[in-house]
Write a protein that binds this ligand. Structure first.
Ligand code: AMP
Ligand code: GLY
Length: 421
């Protein structure tokens, strides 16, 4: 089987390594991949949003199955375009990917189908939004409607900060068209849990839960990033909470999308907050999370390709999705200065004995040398029977990896360990 994977981050590296475990897989192409992924797949210099380029490549190379993982190509209709050419895909069509592509859409969906989420109002008129802020509860949360590289969410502690956020999104267009419509929502508190779930539009099979660490600094201080590390499972996600989520959130969401004529197939990401009033949805993503995937897939015992194909073919109910009863920790090594400004081009050295624990995100090859080429450079994942051991093992690996300007958080998993006591 010839497989194409769209994307080029740590998430795609984790997906590719897992797909390779299936003996039926003859060849994997990564579009565009990266210098580290090149060790596990054939990287082709076609960008993840070049839909025409992706489709042409798939047709010309007789691709049997395409796995589309990043948000932009999914929202742009990459799956629709590939399916039109008869190529089977893992991932939702554009009409379903809107669940991430428009926050206004997802909030209205939750309201219509009674899926628990923060109270909210949607605005496309700036003056109305500013007037609303004069009387809304503070803190409040301002969200750009569209995709904004995970940066379109501002938690405002004062009315002035809230107004500044509205002006920057709607007037100054800080996130371009993504901020033409905004959502202003209730500020919730409680532990956050990420749950990725496979679905074929009928059945939903959640993967092991995980916890992301979004801020750049230890103790959850500083700017938001794409994610600086993850642990799985998330100890705040008890069996009782999981049961509630299945009946109050997961199944109702799949059902709601079907009723709207937007059947979702692929991986649906539920960003949840466990509030005093029960679990609520903070966000949906139409794809695997990153770096969540870097802890979740290494724990998957079942064959990934078989599970992915079952979401496409509609037989997920009969397909086993099993996870190891162990703990995983992923520490992201980034370039110092990320998420703002950082240098690139420094040589990365990874000892051979830990190479299979490393998922590469921002790196390029120069001859046989691997050089840094992005903010998040790589993730290191270890699995152990306890969370504490998994954390120590990941940090031991981090110590063995070397590149100039490396930065990583020292407290990945610390909050999860507190919950375990
Ligand atoms: P999002 O991009 O929607 O995941 O938001 C980024 C982060 O902002 C989330 O992981 C939460 O930590 C925080 N956040 C988003 N919405 C809310 C909310 N309604 N209340 C409190 N925190 C929130
Ligand atoms: N780690 C959060 C995300 O993938 O959106």
């Amino acid at each position: 089987m010839k497989i194409l994977v769209v994307g080029g981050g740590g998430r795609e590296h984790a997906v590719i390594k897992k797909l390779k475990e299936n003996k039926e897989v003859e060849q994997i192409f990564a579009l565009p991949g990266n210098g580290g992924i090149a060790a596990d797949a054939e990287c082709v210099n076609i960008g993840a949003t070049d839909i025409e380029g992706i489709v042409n490549f798939a047709v010309d190379n007789g691709i049997d199955y395409a796995v589309v993982t990043p948000d932009d190509p999914l929202v742009l209709g990459c799956v629709n375009a590939l399916e039109e050419k008869g190529i089977k895909c893992f991932g939702p069509r554009a009409e379903a990917a809107i669940i991430e592509g428009s926050k206004a859409f997802s909030k209205e969906l939750m309201k219509k189908y009674n899926i628990p989420t923060a109270e909210f109002e949607t605005f496309s008129d700036m003056e109305k939004a500013l007037r609303y802020i004069d009387s809304c509860p503070i803190p409040t949360v301002i969200k750009a409607d569209g995709l904004a590289l995970g940066k379109g969410v501002i938690i405002a502690e004062t009315r002035q900060q809230a107004k500044d956020a509205v002006v920057s999104m709607m007037q100054d267009k800080a996130f371009g068209k993504s901020g033409e419509t905004i959502v202003i929502e209730e500020f919730l508190t409680g532990p956050e849990v990420s749950v990725l779930a496979f679905t074929d539009g009928k059945t939903v099979k959640p993967m092991v839960s995980s916890m992301d660490h979004k801020r750049i600094g230890d103790g959850d201080k500083g700017l938001n990033t794409g994610g600086m590390g993850t642990v799985a499972p998330n100890p705040y996600y008890s069996e009782a909470i999981a049961e509630r989520c299945m009946h109050e959130i997961f199944l109702p969401t799949i059902d709601a999308m079907n009723k709207e004529g937007r059947t979702f197939r692929g991986c649906l990401y539920f960003g949840l907050m466990i509030t005093e009033n029960g679990p609520k949805v903070i966000e949906y993503n139409c794809r695997f999370g990153d770096p969540e995937t870097q802890v979740v897939l290494p724990l998957l015992e079942s064959d990934l390709l078989t599970v992915m194909l079952s979401t496409t073919n509609g037989n997920l109910a009969d397909t086993e999705v099993k996870f190891r009863d162990e703990n995983a920790c992923c520490v992201i090594m980034a370039s110092d200065g990320y998420p703002v400004k950082y240098g690139k081009g420094f040589e990365i050295t990874i000892p051979d004995d830990i190479r299979d624990k490393v998922f590469v995100a921002g790196a390029m090859l120069e001859g046989s040398k691997l050089l840094t080429n992005g903010g998040r450079v790589l993730g290191v994942t270890e699995i152990r029977s306890t969370l504490k051991e998994a954390i120590s093992a990941s940090y031991e690996d981090v110590e063995k990896i070397d590149f100039e300007n490396a930065y990583y958080r020292k407290d990945i998993g610390a909050k999860a360990l507190l919950a375990e006591v």
